[in-house]
Design a binder for this molecule. Structure first.
Ligand code: ATP
Length: 595
C-alpha cells in the first residue's frame, strides 16, 4: 500500500505552533505529533528539516544561501521590486516573515499550486545548496523562485528560513530525542535508549529512521561506522588526588591533559581517506593536512577511529604552545604556511574502532594497548603521556611535573571502564591547575539575552549579556550571570551584530529565567567566562531545586569574558552544566576551608 506523504503545509503549521510556545513540554508534544505522522521514507528528511540542516552537521553541507539572493528570489516570485522587498525586510528584520508577507500579496498569477511534500521541499533545497560553479547563482535563485512561487504564504516563511539556514525552532538534541521516543512508544521514557544510539552515530535522522521503521529493536546495537563520528566521552572533576584514587578504586591511569584541539580521527587506508572531527563533531579535516598525511604513514591498521588532542608543540624545545595559537588553524587561508611555522602534534589517547572491531565496549587498558600497537608513535602522532598510580603522592608528583611543563593538568582514567560515548562520567576525572585557587576554572556559558547600551555604549546598541548554563537533566538553559563589563569596542560591535540576528520575541521555551533582559535571543552562542567565585543567589535559576520563590540558585561573582568572541567549537548543549556548577560550588568551599 502506498503511504500518504506528509504535506509541507502541515509541517509549516506545526512549526508555527512550536515557535509560539514557551513551554518545553508542549514543544515535545507538538514535535512528537508531527514526527509520528511521518512515514519511514520521509522521517529522516523531516528530522533534518526540524534541525535546520540538510545533513548531519558532521557532513558540513552548507545550507545558507546569501540574504541578497533570497531578497531577489522573493521579488521575482511575487512580482515586486527588490527595493520593495528590502524595505519590508528592514521593518520585519526577518526574511521569512517578509517572504510570507509578499506571498500573501503576490502580483503574479499563482502558478498552479501543487501541494509540496516534505521530501520535495528537502530535495529542492538540497539541490539549491549543491548547485555550484559558473552561473550557479542565477540557477540557485531560479530554483528558489520556483519553490517560493508554488508555496503558500506560511510555507514560504519556513522554506525561506530553512534555505537561509535560519530556521531555529529551538529544539535541541535532547528535545528531539524525547519527542521521537514519544512518537514511537507513546512515552518519553525510551529517551535514554535513543540517546545511546545517537551517541554512537551522531545522526538524528538515522536514529529516527531506524526507530520509525523497526521500533526500539531497530536502534539497539547501533554499530560504529567509519566516518560517522562518535559523540565524545567527557571528564568529571575532583579536587584532590585522594578523592580521585578513591573513586577509581585505588588504582588508575593518569594522563597529561593537553590544552589543544580535540580530534577524532577516522581513517580508511585502502580508500586513502582520512577525516577529522572536533569536540562538537564538525569536520575539521581541512585544519590539519599535516596530521591527515601523518595518519596515512603512521597508522598501521587499514581502518581505525582514534582520538587525541592536537596542539602546537615544538619537538626541539619540548615546548607546548597555548591553545590560542593552535586555534589559528581555524582560519581558512594559509594553513600550509601555518603548519610550517607552528607544527602540530596529535597526542592520541583513545581508540574506538580498528579493522572491523568495535572497541567502545572494551576496557580502557585494552584499548590503550591496541592503540599503541597500531600507531607507530614516533612521528606526528604520539601517545598521551601517562603513569599508572596507586598512591595519591604519585598523582600529586605527576601533576606538578605536568604543570611545570606548561600543560593544563591531568586526566585520570578508570582502567577497566568502557568508552562512554557522549557522557560526562567518573571513568575520566580531570584535575586542573586552576582548581587550586578560588573558582578560577573557567566556565562556558550560553548567551540567552542581552542588554541595550547606555551612554557611550549606545552607539553600539550593546550593554551586556545574560548568560546561562545547560541543565542536561531538564534540557533547559538556566541563567547564572549578567556580564556587563570588560568588553572591547570590537567585541561589543560583534555581539551586537551576532545577537541582533537571533533575537526572539519572547523567552525561548528552553530558557528558565527570572530576569528579563532587554532582548531574548535563541540559545546559540557559547562564551568562556572567568569569575571570582560561585555564590548563592535568588535572582538566577541555575541549580534552583524547586520553583518556589524562596528557592535560591547559583550566580557568578565578578564575571568577565576570557576570550574575544564566541566558542565556535561548542554548541549550546556543550556549555558547562548545572551539575558541574553545583559540584564546583562544593569544591570551592572545600578548597577555601582547607587553605
Ligand atoms: P576543558 O575546557 O577542561 O577541556 P571540556 O568540557 O572541553 O573541558 P572535558 O570533558 O571537561 O572537556 O575534559 C576533557 C577534555 O580534555 C577533552 O575534551 C580533550 O579535549 C582534553 N584532553 C586533553 N588531554 C586529554 C587526555 N589525555 N585524555 C582525555 N582528554 C584530554
Amino acid at each position: 500500500m502506498e503511504e500518504r506523504s506528509m504535506l509541507f503545509e502541515e509541517v509549516a503549521r506545526q512549526f508555527e505552533r512550536l515557535e509560539n510556545t514557551s513551554s518545553r513540554l508542549s514543544m515535545i508534544d507538538i514535535l512528537s505529533d508531527l514526527l509520528s505522522e511521518a512515514n519511514p521514507a520521509e522521517i529522516r528528511h523531516l528530522i533534518y528539516i526540524t534541525q535546520g540542516v540538510l545533513a548531519p552537521p558532521f557532513e558540513n553541507v552548507q545550507i545558507g544561501i546569501a540574504e541578497k539572493f533570497a531578497e531577489n528570489a522573493i521579488a521575482m516570485a511575487t512580482g515586486y521590486s527588490k527595493a520593495q522587498v528590502i524595505a519590508a525586510y528592514r521593518k520585519s528584520g526577518d526574511l521569512g516573515l517578509t517572504a510570507e508577507e509578499f506571498s500573501k500579496k503576490t502580483r503574479l498569477r499563482p502558478m498552479a499550486r501543487r501541494s509540496m511534500d516534505v521530501n520535495g521541499v528537502f530535495e529542492s533545497t538540497l539541490k539549491i545548496a549543491r548547485t555550484s560553479g559558473a552561473g550557479s547563482q542565477d540557477a540557485k535563485i531560479k530554483m528558489l523562485v520556483e519553490l517560493l512561487a508554488s508555496s503558500s504564504p506560511m510555507e514560504a516563511r519556513y522554506i525561506l528560513r530553512f534555505a537561509l539556514g535560519q530556521l531555529r525552532l529551538g529544539a535541541g538534541d535532547a528535545t528531539i530525542l524525547e519527542a521521537l521516543s514519544k512518537a514511537a512508544t507513546g512515552s518519553r521514557e525510551s529517551k535514554p535508549r535513543l540517546e545511546a544510539a545517537y551517541n554512537i552515530c551522531s545522526d538524528m535522522g538515522k536514529v529516527g529512521e531506524a526507530l520509525m521503521s523497526k521500533g526500539i529493536p531497530g536502534i539497539e546495537h547501533m554499530k560504529v561506522e567509519l566516518f560517522n563520528p562518535i559523540r565524545p566521552a567527557l571528564a568529571e572533576r575532583l579536587p584532590t588526588a585522594e578523592e580521585i584514587l578513591e573513586k577509581m578504586g585505588g588504582r588508575c591511569a593518569v594522563e597529561s591533559k593537553y590544552d589543544g584541539f580535540r580530534v577524532q580521527l577516522h581513517i580508511d587506508r585502502k580508500a586513502r581517506r582520512v577525516e577529522m572531527f572536533s569536540r562538537n563533531l564538525e569536520r575539521t579535516t581541512d585544519m590539519f593536512p599535516d596530521i591527515a598525511k601523518a595518519a596515512m604513514e603512521e597508522i598501521k591498521a587499514d581502518e581505525a577511529i582514534l582520538e587525541g588532542e592536537a596542539l602546537a608543540y615544538s619537538d626541539a624545545t619540548g615546548e607546548f604552545r597555548p591553545f590560542q595559537e593552535t586555534i589559528q588553524r581555524k582560519r581558512k587561508h594559509g594553513i600550509a604556511q601555518i603548519s610550517l611555522e607552528l607544527p602540530l602534534h596529535m597526542f592520541a589517547f583513545d581508540l574506538m574502532y580498528a579493522d572491523g572491531k568495535d572497541y567502545l565496549g572494551v576496557a580502557y587498558e585494552q584499548r590503550r594497548k591496541e592503540l599503541e600497537s597500531i600507531v607507530s608513535g614516533k612521528g606526528l602522532i604520539r601517545f598521551s603521556d601517562r603513569i599508572i598510580a596507586t598512591r595519591p603522592g604519585q598523582i600529586d608528583k605527576y601533576f606538578e611535573e605536568v604543570v611545570e611543563r606548561g600543560l593544563e593538568g591531568i586526566v585520570a582514567k578508570d582502567m577497566g571502564a568502557e568508552y562512554i560515548a557522549g557522557a560526562r562520567k567518573f571513568s575520566w576525572i580531570k584535575l586542573k591547575r586552576s582548581y587550586r585557587g578560588e573558582m578560577s576554572d573557567t566556565v562556558d556559558l550560553v548567551i540567552v539575552g542581552y542588554y541595550a547600551g547606555r551612554g557611550q555604549r549606545a552607539e553600539f546598541g550593546f550593554g551586556g549579556l545574560l548568560a546561562a548554563v545547560y541543565n542536561d537533566k531538564r534540557d533547559m538553559f538556566e541563567t547564572i550571570t549578567r556580564i556587563g563589563t570588560g568588553f572591547s569596542e570590537k567585541n561589543m560591535q560583534m555581539f551586537n551584530e551576532l545577537l541582533r540576528k537571533i533575537r526572539k520575541e519572547h523567552r525561548p521555551a528552553r530558557v528558565d529565567s527570572i530576569i528579563e533582559p532587554h532582548f531574548w535571543v535563541e540559545p546559540k552562542y557559547v562564551v568562556t567566562v572567568r569569575a571570582d567565585e560561585i555564590t548563592k543567589s535568588p535572582m538566577h535559576t541555575c541549580g534552583r531545586e524547586d520553583g518556589s520563590a524562596e528557592a535560591t540558585g547559583y550566580a557568578l561573582r565578578f564575571p568577565r569574558l576570557v576570550s574575544d568572541g564566541v566558542r565556535e567549537d561548542k554548541n549550546p548543549e556543550d556549555a558547562t552544566t548545572t551539575i558541574e556548577i553545583t559540584e564546583m560550588f562544593r569544591l570551592q568551599k572545600k578548597v577555601s576551608v582547607k587553605d
